[in-house]
Design a protein around this ligand. Structure first.
Ligand code: SF4
Ligand code: SF4
Length: 98
């Protein structure tokens, strides 16, 4: 999954550093290694790699992470792979899309 990228700037992942204890669980459970620990706080390294699986928020003991769990818009990613373009689901469902 080295070339996996989600649609740019749409992932709903949010981190509240004030609530983060720096436990590091999120950096372990994230399948794409998006979260890292720096100066005893979690940081988002690359938002566009997030597939909104929810593993980080489900395992965060302090509620510092939130994400709207979805399908990671597999259709968009696959379209991008096939066309060698940015991911796009070609859907026109507005803000509810992906
Ligand atoms: S799991 Fe939550 S509290 Fe622990 S480092 Fe990650 S964001 Fe911070
Ligand atoms: S939602 Fe999943 S892919 Fe995104 S940062 Fe959390 S664990 Fe990683």
């Amino acid at each position: 999954m080295k070339d996996f990228r989600y649609i740019r700037n749409v992932a709903t992942l949010h981190l509240n550093p004030a609530s983060c204890s720096g436990c590091g669980v999120c950096s372990i459970v994230c399948p794409h290694r998006i979260l890292a620990i720096e100066k005893r706080k979690a940081v988002i390294q690359d938002l566009d790699l997030c597939m909104e699986c929810g593993a980080c928020s489900q395992n965060c003991p302090t509620g510092a992470l939130t994400v709207r769990r979805g399908v990671g818009c597999a259709a968009a990613v696959i379209n991008g792979w096939i066309r060698k373009t940015d991911p796009s689901c070609d859907c026109s469902s507005g803000p509810e899309c992906c």
